[in-house]
Design a protein around this ligand. Sequence first.
Ligand SMILES: C=CC1=C(C)c2cc3[nH]c(cc4nc(cc5[nH]c(cc1n2)c(C)c5CCC(=O)O)C(CCC(=O)O)=C4C)c(C)c3C=C
Ligand SMILES: [Fe+2]
Length: 447
Amino acid sequence: MTESSPLPSDTPDVEAGPAAGGGLSRRRLLGVSGSAALAGVVAGAAGTYAAGRASASEPSPASAGSTTLGLDAPIAFHGPHQAGIVTPAQDRLHFVALDVVTKDRAELVELLKTWTRAAERMTAGAEAAPGGLVGGGPNRVPEDTGEAYGLPASGLTITIGFGPSLFDERFGLADRRPAALEELPEFAGDQLDPRRSGGDLCIQACANDPQVAVHAVRNLVRLGFGVVSVRWSQLGFGRTSSTSTAQATPRNMFGFKDGTNNLKAEDPAGLTEHVWVAPADETGGGAWMAGGSYLVARRIRMHIEVWDRTNLQEQEDVIGRDKKEGAPLGAAREFDEPDFARKGPDGSPAIPLNAHVRLAHASQLGGIRILRRGYNFTDGTDGVGHLDAGLFFIAFMRNPGTQFVPMQRALAKADGLNEYIEHNGSAVFACPPGTQPGEWWGQALFA
Ligand SMILES: C=CC1=C(C)c2cc3[nH]c(cc4nc(cc5[nH]c(cc1n2)c(C)c5CCC(=O)O)C(CCC(=O)O)=C4C)c(C)c3C=C
Ligand SMILES: [Fe+2]
């Protein structure tokens, strides 16, 4: 975190990614004096990364690690899409859903402008506002809360979304609500808690340092005092997806590799087809959402004490992959294609009919895919001796009604996992496209 006022000059045609493959840190940025110099460093670093992604030196999945991915480095804020969607998933999450408490449209617009400027700064490794920590002098409230001062940018991304409830009568947005932005229907088995669901706005802050992610949300909430109030929030301590082939697949709280067959940044055709809203999408929301994406969040409690008393064969049958390697049952390696027709030694399907990966696979769902970007969570205990732990499921897609909804319906109906999990929070948001320098989040929506 630095004091200077960066104006990150990004490469608009490059997907948001680590702006410096070699680990540019806030400590190194601290050695650069002046905002122009800092902006130059960030811009140059972005160029380095853009060149590196296509080069032969890109890390292989096996070698992907903190050094090669530059986990301290800043991620480019500007671009055609918001960062934090196909950005290689960072390790930590702070997600917050907010309600707008003002009735004044102008106040909301002003906040979105202020938030955009603060997000540009914080993702570049700077304080939320110039002179944040102490620059206002002893008689003023500091403009930055301070807990990330001296920490590197840590790959921070801040992604904003607009919930269906924002498009009611309050702000004159009713006729701008995309048809795709509907509250999710109730699914079989849902145990949703309204205190963990919904919201007018969301902010997803991801970083490789939890303090940096929490600092980002805290400062945006602080800036929104009197305009927005926090409805619910969720911390995530470990990613449960890979969104880049350069990342090793992480494990979820059931001990299984999660994110193997995910959409990845290196598959632009797949992202165009399944993730980014196209200008011509009739349900997408029109021009203001083109290049954006829809975010579905589900807080899924995992009954790990029950799972931990379940034998390995049953665990693998429920998922449809082996626990150690992550290979589809009947195959040998993690990235082998699942063969759903294959029979096991006893003549029954090698991947059971109610296995999670069979029911969620595109081949069983008319080609539907989503980009998963969830996090493990543990929120203490439930008062009767069980960990309140699970998966904070986040997924991005072009249309929740034709992607998440049919997929979750299929899972809710037959998934063997249902015995071990419970969905207790739910929300959907429209994440507008990325911004260019000088623009602000949602500018085209409020135009
Ligand atoms: C509606 C979408 C999904 C929900 C909800 C969901 C919950 C959930 N998943 C796991 C664990 C795993 N999921 C895996 C694969 C997988 N999951 C979904 C969708 C949802 N999961 C998809 C589309 C896929 C890919 C299927 C395929 O094409 O093969 C896997 C296997 C590894 C992988 O490919 O990621 C695991 C493990 C849990 C524990 C969970 C709820 C708590
Ligand atoms: Fe899954």
